[in-house]
Design a protein around this ligand. Structure first.
Ligand code: NAD
Length: 421
């Protein structure tokens, strides 16, 4: 199960140390990045609907900005803690460096249960949190985006609050302060589905290498929020049967393939996958044991531990979530010959289209969905090939190869610029 203590930031550092050896680089960069540049913790009051004032705690961790402005999502979840936000911020540094996107790494979070808040409470919380961050974020400095528990609506509130906090004449220059906005207020076509779409582009390359066709494949998906649901919808449309789904409410199964569009409507109405009519309820263990070709974890970190890794009956894990596989889980997957497309590659579609949104905002352009998807497809396929080729050349897992490529990018930049002073 998931009880093992999980020092997420330490886990990410461990991958770096292994990657530095794999690509023959001195450990200097991983030493330099062993702590984030800035850790901001804010406490702020929010007026609740019943008139009470409640204090909330928020975080913004700015890990590194060597390659460009800090970039990373904002998570609303009752279990967030500093170590988790630090790890997620570091992952963003490595992800942007791997994808060769000119951004650094950051992450934010508010310790809250968004499901227990009304829409007006979420709006007041988001605006007040943004107010606390105004001096620390900005289109050229640090650019938030959605993560667990936040979406386009929260991004629109962040944008509006930020725009109203700056000089009135500068308002319209601030559009790029946040990405993942609704298209109506400067968002990009294709951003909402981008992370799930990127997962599927990676699986497409993997399947091509393994001479498999989406039409003959089965998939299981953990998490049916933004990432999980979009990955499932896209795969379903390509002919892959989505045979089991697990989320915070339970696990469901249908051997003929779940109707993913109907499941999206069910989740919108009830809040979770449990009780979906065209399915049978199964246990969490049965979910992990369901035979399939692909497993897409798209919920929280530390979900595939030793126990789950022994249960899995799939050919490849494509990490939609950040950090879903623990090191213990990973070594069992390695022993069992289950391939892993690591998070910093598999879920990079989100930050990639966030970058496209930022570019459109800065250039005052609007790109079509076809343009966005075509660019995303090209960069995902190219990066998948670079990771796969290095993994084969050095005989290391794809995760180590992905960190190795990211490390080379940062290391080359540090080598050229030197370390101040
Ligand atoms: P979301 O809030 O839209 O969905 C989260 C899902 O996780 C929900 O279906 C929820 O039921 C499920 N979940 C929560 N607790 C669970 C538990 N204990 N067991 C099983 N399922 C549980 O969030 P999201 O944006 O889809 O993010 C999911 C993951 O993808 C996170 O790790 C996030 O960091 C990562 N990610 C998201 C994006 C993005 O663009 N949204 C980009 C890159 C990576």
């Amino acid at each position: 199960m998931t009880q093992e203590p999980y020092a997420f930031f330490r886990v990410v550092q461990g991958y770096l140390e292994r990657a530095a050896k794999a690509v023959d680089l001195p450990n200097d960069v991983s030493v330099m990045l062993s702590e984030p540049k800035t850790e901001l913790i804010v406490h702020f009051p929010v007026r609740m609907d019943d008139g009470r004032l409640q204090m909330f705690t928020g975080y913004r961790i700015q890990h590194n900005n060597l390659l460009g402005p800090y970039k990373g999502g904002i998570r609303y979840h009752p279990d967030v803690n500093l170590d988790e936000v630090k790890a997620l911020a570091a992952l963003m540094t490595w992800k942007c460096a791997l994808m060769d996107i000119p951004f650094g790494g950051a992450k934010g979070a508010v310790h809250c249960d968004p499901k227990a808040l009304s829409e007006t409470e979420r709006m007041r919380l988001t605006r007040r949190f943004t107010h606390a961050l105004v001096g620390s974020i900005g289109p050229d400095h640090d650019i938030p985006a959605p993560d667990i528990g936040t979406g386009p609506q929260e991004m629109a509130w962040i944008l509006d609050t930020y725009m109203n906090a700056v000089d009135a004449k500068q308002k319209n220059a601030q559009l790029a302060v946040v990405t993942g906005k609704p298209v109506a207020c400067g968002g990009s076509q294709g951003r909402v589905k981008a992370t799930g779409q990127g997962v599927v582009y990676c699986l497409g390359e993997w399947s091509h290498d393994h001479k498999m066709d989406f039409g003959d494949c089965r998939a299981i998906v953990q998490g049916f929020g933004n990432v999980g649901a979009h990955a499932a919808l896209i795969l379903d449309a390509l002919g892959t049967r989505i045979v089991a789904v697990n989320d915070h409410s339970g696990s469901i199964h249908n051997d003929q393939g779940l109707n993913t569009e109907a499941l999206v409507r069910h989740v919108q109405q009830t809040g979770g996958v449990a009780g979906f009519a065209e399915s049978e309820t199964i246990s969490r263990d049965q979910f992990f044991s369901t035979p399939a070709d692909f497993f897409i974890p798209a919920a929280l970190e530390n979900q595939i531990c030793e126990h789950e890794a022994k249960l899995l009956n799939v050919k490849v894990v494509a990490e939609g979530a950040n950090g879903p596989t623990s090191p213990a889980g990973e070594s069992i997957l390695e022993q069992r010959g289950i391939d892993v497309i690591p998070d910093l590659l598999a879920n990079a579609g989100g930050v990639t289209v966030s970058y496209y949104e930022w570019l459109q905002n800065r250039r005052m352009e609007r790109w079509t969905l076809q343009e966005v998807d075509a660019k995303l497809h090209t960069i995902m396929a190219r990066t998948y090939h670079r990771v796969r080729d290095l993994a084969n050349e050095r005989n290391v897992p794809k995760r180590v190869a992905a960190y190795g490529l990211a490390l080379r990018n940062l290391s080359d930049c540090y080598a050229a610029r030197g370390i101040f002073p």
